[in-house]
Design a protein around this ligand. Sequence first.
Ligand SMILES: Cc1cc2nc3c(=O)[nH]c(=O)nc-3n(C[C@H](O)[C@H](O)[C@H](O)COP(=O)(O)OP(=O)(O)OC[C@H]3O[C@@H](n4cnc5c(N)ncnc54)[C@H](O)[C@@H]3O)c2cc1C
Length: 452
Amino acid sequence: MHDVIVVGAGDAGLSVAFHAASKGLMVALIDKGNVGGTCVNNGCVPSKTLIHAADRIMEIREASQLGIRAEIADIDFGAVMGRMRRAVKGGRNSIKKAIEETENIAFFSGECHFSDERTIMVGSDKIQGKKIFIASGARPSIPPIKGLDKVRYLTNESVLELERKPDRMIFIGGGYVGLEYAHFFSAIGTKVIIADRNEGLLHFEEPEISDLLMSELGKRTELHMGVEIAEVRDTDGGHAVSVRNVVTGKSEEIFADAVMVAAGRRSNADLLKVENAGIETDKANFVKVDEYLQTNKKHIWAVGDAIGKAMFTHAGDKEAELAWHNATHRKKIRMDFGSVPHAVFTSPQIASVGMTEERARKEHEVLVGRADYSDTVMGEAMGESRGFAKAVVEKGTGRILGFHIIGPHAAMLIQEVVNAVILGGDIKSVTGCMHIFPALSNLIPEAFDSLG
Ligand SMILES: Cc1cc2nc3c(=O)[nH]c(=O)nc-3n(C[C@H](O)[C@H](O)[C@H](O)COP(=O)(O)OP(=O)(O)OC[C@H]3O[C@@H](n4cnc5c(N)ncnc54)[C@H](O)[C@@H]3O)c2cc1C
C-alpha cells in the first residue's frame, strides 16, 4: 500500500508528488505519456518558444514605424521548430532526472484506471494507496465534423511535428490555443484562416478587447466568424473545409494545405474510469471537487485540468499546493478561482484577472477606469497607439473586481494587480506605491486614476 498515488505527471501531479515525497512518504506516480504533461510537451513551453520567434518577426516588420528600415532575409522553419523541440526535450529530461533521483517516488509508465476506490490498475500492476490525487489533465476535443476522421488534421500535439511550413492553414476554433498558433503561423508567412462559431474572438474577454484583437488579427489573417464547419475532405494538394454562416445559411469551401483543430479540451476521466471508484463528475465529465479540491470520496482529491475549471498551469500548481495542504492539515484552505489570472499570447497580447465590467455590474456598484498605453510616457515613446488597460472597481470600497489589458507585455504588467487582488487589497495598494518613471507599469495607476 502506497501512502500516496498521483495519476498524471503533468505540472499539477508533479507538484503533489514532490510535496509528498519531501515528507518522506511512499509515492506512486503514474503517467501514460511523457513526464511534464501538457505544459512541457505540447502546451505552454513549445507554444511560447514559437511565439517568441513570432513576436520578434512582428517587431522587425513594424520597425519602419520607428524610422528603422529592416528586412527579414529568411525564416528557417526547421531551425525555429528545432529550437522549440530542444526546449521541450530539456524540460522533460530535467523532470525525468528529478523523478529518478527521488528515492521514494515509484514511477509507473502506462495508461491506468480505477478498479475500485482504493485500487488503480496500470497494465497488470495493481496499485493501492491511502490518499489518491487525480491530476489526469485534459486532451484536445475533436468535434464530430463530417469527414474530419478521414483527414490528417493537426492538434496542439501533432502541430509540433510539422517538418514543412504550411502555405495555407485553416484553424477550426478561435479560442486561445488556436489564436496563439494563428499568430505564430501568420508571422512566419503562412496564410492563416480562422473559422469560429462565435461572432467575436475570445468572447469571455471584455468586448473592447475582443474587438481590438479581432481588428488587429484581421489585418494578418482571414476571419470567418459565426460559421459552422459542415465538412472536411481531402483534395489533391490538401484539404477543403466547408463552412456555413449560422445566420445567413450561406456556405463556402475553403482550401488549405493544413487544418488545425483547436476546439477546446475534453476530460480524461473516461480513460481513468473514475466511475469504478464512485467519483462524481460534472456535465462535461470533469472530476467534481469541492472548494477544498476534495472529490466526493474522502481520500481522493483532484487538481489541474482534470477538474475543468481554470485550465492554466499556474492555477493547477496552486490547486496542487492547496489540495496537498488540505489532505494533510486539519485547517483547510479554499481555492479562490476568482483571482486566477490568464493571458493570451497573441499580438497584441492580452491579460486579465477577475470580473469583466458586465459581470461585475450584475453583483456590485462599480466604477470603471481606462488608460491607453499612449497616456503613459513609455507607451508614447514606443509608439503604441492601440493598447489599453481597463479597471473595474467596487464603488465605495475601492476593491479591485477586475483588470484587463491588451497590448505589449500585458501578462507581465498585470502581475501587480493580481498580487493586490489575491491579497484582498483595494486600489490604494497599487496607486499608493511608487512606480518607476517612465516605465510601462505607469499604465496601471493611470487606469485606476481615471475611475468614474
Ligand atoms: C497549446 C497550449 C498552450 C498552453 N499555454 C498555456 C500558457 O501559456 N499558460 C498556462 O498557464 N497554461 C497554458 N496551457 C494550459 C496548460 O498547459 C494546462 O493547464 C496544464 O498543463 C495542465 O496541467 P495538468 O497537470 O493539470 O495536466 P497535464 O499536464 O495534461 O497532465 C496530465 C497527465 O496525466 C496523464 N494521464 C491522463 N490520463 C491518464 C491515465 N488514465 N493513465 C495514465 N496517465 C494519464 C497524461 O498523460 C498527462 O501527462 C496551454 C495548453 C495548451 C494545449
